[in-house]
Design a binder for this molecule. Structure first.
Ligand code: HEM
Ligand code: HEM
Length: 143
């Protein structure tokens, strides 16, 4: 019954992002760091940008979900309860000033998530290059 009211609202989006990225996405990134930690030569290991990526993604996801998706979702749910299923999905709903403000509030959170992804990519590439040059060195000087 609850699903009739909230189905396909921003509450679904809040749940999707928090659950998909918050659980499995972050877990996958953690596994990636673990593997890179194992294969990277000790002298080349530098966790700085992985740490930054961790903070950026987590803070970004929190801002995205708590500062934007949940507030819009609850306003939508209230509209569905008071005015019916269609009103909560109508363009008029999305054009309300308060809904517009919360929609724009997504920008900083999403920006942080994107910066987190870029930091992770840069850190991963630089570590993979260190692994590659270490392998080239050991080929050049066989034991
Ligand atoms: C980490 C585990 C989970 C992941 C990755 C996940 C992911 C998702 C995603 C992506 C959707 C949207 C599907 C769509 O729009 O077609 C969804 C919907 C839904 N999830 Fe989950 N979910 C998880 C756990 C749960 C749990 C534990 C519950 C209940 C306690 C739950 C209840 C629901 C419900 C009721 C919907 C439908 C919402 C709607 O009708 O709009 N999910 N989930
Ligand atoms: C800056 C980052 C992101 C932006 C701007 C973004 C934006 C969006 C948008 C616009 C939608 C469609 C909304 C709609 O149908 O009304 C969506 C859906 C979805 N996103 Fe994201 N997203 C981002 C990151 C992510 C990440 C990192 C994940 C998971 C790893 C994710 C998982 C999903 C899922 C599962 C859906 C489908 C939800 C549903 O079926 O209702 N997103 N996202």
């Amino acid at each position: 019954m609850l699903n009739y009211y909230e189905h396909g609202t921003y509450l679904t989006l809040a749940h999707s992002h928090a659950a998909t990225f918050g659980a499995f996405g972050l877990l996958a990134l953690g596994l990636g760091v673990y593997i890179l930690r194992v294969v990277t030569p000790e002298a080349a290991w530098d966790p700085t940008w992985f740490r930054r990526s961790f903070r950026l993604s987590n803070v970004g996801l929190t801002v995205m979900v708590v500062g934007s998706l949940l507030p819009v979702g609850f306003l939508q749910l209230e509209t569905v309860y008071e005015e019916g299923f269609a009103a909560g999905r109508d363009l008029d709903f999305h054009e309300r000033p308060l809904v517009q403000t919360f929609s724009w509030a997504r920008l900083p959170g999403d920006g942080l998530v994107i910066c987190g992804a870029l930091s992770f990519t840069a850190a991963a590439i630089s570590h993979l290059r260190a692994v590659e040059s270490d392998e080239a060195d050991s080929r050049a000087t066989p034991a």
